[in-house]
Design a protein around this ligand. Structure first.
Ligand SMILES: [Zn+2]
Length: 78
């Protein structure tokens, strides 16, 4: 599985969430862990995409399965 982040992913704004990496398996993948969820059982590990909004999952914005997906240039990958 090739994991290249969507260039619209938002890691800058301050959400009510904590920025984490998917270590040890995918250390290059960053995601948000929501510390405050509206109800019991709500998805905690999400992505925020400037184009798509909140993505309920970690990898959709890295694998290209969403409509908003535009991979960052290879050299920006790190
Ligand atoms: Zn996206």
């Amino acid at each position: 599985m090739k994991l290249i982040p969507c260039k619209h992913l938002d890691y800058e704004q301050h959400y009510d969430a904590e920025l984490r990496t998917a270590e040890p398996d995918f250390p290059q993948v960053k995601y948000w862990h929501r510390t405050n969820v509206p109800y019991e059982g709500a998805v905690r590990n999400v992505q925020f995409c400037k184009k798509y909004g909140r993505v309920d999952g970690i990898f959709q914005c890295y694998t290209g399965e969403l409509d908003c997906y535009e991979p960052v240039a290879e050299e920006e990958e790190k």
